[in-house]
Design a protein. Structure first.
Length: 375
């Protein structure tokens, strides 16, 4: 059953032929009927007259916020603008097999991701950061949900480095000593100076993972550029907002520019990006490809949402595994290549997302301890 038909049913827009298809699907099983009732219950009040593509575009103004992300209240505000997209997989392939509900083992619940990280200081000591635990030293302070460095402490010529590691099932927000803000996704690691040398290039290293940067302008730092090193790629900026995705399991580094201007440097060559463009640096062939993209799809993760726009099930499962800290095994390779479109709230149980995918008749899931098997 294509989810668009359910939306059209709710909006009383079904053609006569579509109504027949819907009636057949609805009468087929109690699971289908319950699923339809849940859609009406959760989204019905906000679905009238919303266009999917327009809803995506309308997100842009709402993403121009400087901070206060990763909170349930913030997530709710953003989600309100894209209600029609929540749990919205557009799959047209029909399958007559009965749907199954994910098997949930009561002895071990898969936890929703949260704010947590491990801070490694210049002397090698490790400080766990998580909700309810605060930490302070002469250079920084953390309330367990974010990390802030002293922005007035940039006069020293001696460079000392800290490292922040975000595990699977985690995320974190950090303000560097120059005022640059960084949002870090699950399974990410970044190395940066405790204080920057005045007037010199502000260099940080995204060792692996994904990070969104809102860079303090070079005009506020005696013209000093800001540079992000990630494997064999350097991103040089003057003051801008961009996202870098460089997971160890990927064979590419994706850099998406939201606003401003950046240069992608590799092997002596330089390519410039303009807002709305994304560079894909192939770490195997050492080649760069630049394309125009929907930047919202690349940055919604920092707003507490999963954005799956034309993503394969394999790609979706990989993202889910990082956030929920669960291993996912794909037995059905063919189903793994099916593409979905949709946006999900990250602050919900994994089982809810899997059930939505199952209701497209394209895949089934079984949970065994802390592993999900896609059949």
């Amino acid at each position: 059953m294509e989810f668009k038909l359910i939306l059209k049913k709710i909006n009383n827009e079904l053609t006569e032929k579509e109504q027949i298809l819907f009636d057949e699907w609805y009468a087929e099983s109690e699971i289908h009927r319950q699923y339809y009732k849940n859609v009406i219950k959760n989204y019905g009040k906000s679905l009238d007259g919303i266009d999917v593509d327009v809803a995506y575009k309308n997100l842009a103004p709402k993403l121009r916020r400087k901070k206060a992300l990763f909170t349930p209240l913030r997530v709710a505000a953003i989600a309100a603008a894209i209600t029609v997209l929540i749990s919205l997989p557009f799959i047209s392939k029909q399958d007559d097999s009965e749907l199954s509900v994910p098997v949930v083992a009561t002895e071990k619940k898969i936890e929703i991701g949260t704010d947590k990280a491990v801070l490694t200081l210049e002397d090698g000591s490790e400080i766990p950061l998580e909700a309810g635990k605060s930490y302070t030293n002469k250079h920084l302070t953390s309330n367990g949900k974010e990390l802030t460095y002293d922005t007035s402490d940039n006069k020293t010529s001696e460079i000392k480095y800290n490292t922040l590691t975000i595990p699977r099932g985690g995320q974190f927000f950090i303000t560097l000593s120059d005022g640059t803000q960084v949002w870090l996704n699950s399974e990410s690691k970044i190395k940066y100076p405790v204080t920057f040398t005045k007037g010199n290039t502000r260099m940080v290293e995204l060792i692996y993972g994904e990070a969104y940067f809102d860079v303090s302008p070079s005009t506020q730092h005696q013209g000093a550029d800001f540079m992000v090193k990630s494997q064999e790629q350097n991103v040089k900026v003057l003051g801008t907002e961009f996202n870098v995705k460089a997971y160890k399991s990927d064979s590419y580094i994706a850099t998406t520019l939201v606003e401003g201007s950046v240069s992608i440097e590799n092997n002596g060559s330089t390519r410039k990006l303009t807002p709305g463009n994304q560079s894909n640096f192939n770490t195997v062939t050492n080649t760069i490809k630049i394309t125009a993209v929907d930047v919202n799809d690349a940055i919604l993760w920092k707003e507490g949402l999963f954005s799956f726009k034309n993503k394969t099930l394999h790609e979706i499962m990989l993202q889910l595994s990082r956030w929920y800290d669960v291993d996912i095994e794909i037995e059905n390779a063919e189903a793994g290549e099916i593409r979905f479109n949709g946006v999900f709230n990250k602050h919900q149980d994994l089982e809810n997302i899997l059930l939505t995918i199952e209701n497209t008749n394209e895949a089934k899931f079984e949970k065994i301890e802390n592993k999900i098997i896609m059949k």
